[in-house]
Write a protein that binds this ligand. Structure first.
Ligand SMILES: [Zn+2]
Length: 188
């Protein structure tokens, strides 16, 4: 089933764009010279484009794409402790272990962490878009804490539903400022 953005999600995404939470991507921002660990939602209607886009981002860094992929329902949302997308309380630790192992196995120290909207896994678990972003940021923090020196770049893929799909970089600073202004937790 193809999902569409709710009116609320559209308006929040609009605000995030205006506020600078969601920014246009500059390919050089995440150094992917040795490849990237990609954390993405498994979503069958989005994955091919997500993967192609990730390959495209690497063209400025290396001759061939080198992507170590983890596709889970909700993508990075599954890496946040006690995340509502996981049926088992400690499932996040399995995902986090896999990321650490990938780093050791492949000598890749750049993580592209991509959440998206509309996300079926988020909907299924009644996660509003604001909480989704808070979980996304929590996952980033958790991955960084467990893997010293690793670089985690958070992205947000939006399917506007009119054939328009866009990928944005998430500014943590702007997100925190927006969350504070709106009285909601910036991290879940
Ligand atoms: Zn999803």
């Amino acid at each position: 089933m193809q999902l569409s953005l709710s009116r609320h999600e559209k308006s929040v995404i609009n605000e995030w764009r205006k506020f600078g939470v969601l920014r246009d991507i500059e390919n050089h921002c995440l150094d992917q010279a040795n490849g990237a660990i990609l954390i993405t939602c498994s979503d069958a209607d989005q994955f091919a484009e997500v993967f192609q886009h990730q390959c495209g981002m690497q063209t400025v860094h290396r001759p061939h794409p080198r992507i170590h992929v983890f596709g889970w329902h909700g993508g990075p949302l599954a890496c946040a402790p006690c995340s509502p997308v996981n049926k088992r309380k400690h499932a996040h630790s399995v995902f986090l272990d896999q990321i650490s192992d990938a780093r050791a196995l492949k000598d890749i120290h750049a993580v592209a962490s991509r959440a998206h909207a509309p996300c079926g896994a988020a909907r299924m678990n009644h996660i509003e878009i604001e909480q989704e972003m808070a979980l996304h940021m929590r996952a980033k923090q958790q991955i960084k804490t467990l893997n010293q020196g690793i670089v985690v770049a958070p992205f947000f893929d939006v399917d506007y539903g009119d054939g328009r799909k866009r990928t944005y970089f998430v500014s943590r600073e702007s997100w925190e400022a927006w969350a504070e202004q709106n009285g909601i937790p910036s991290i879940a």
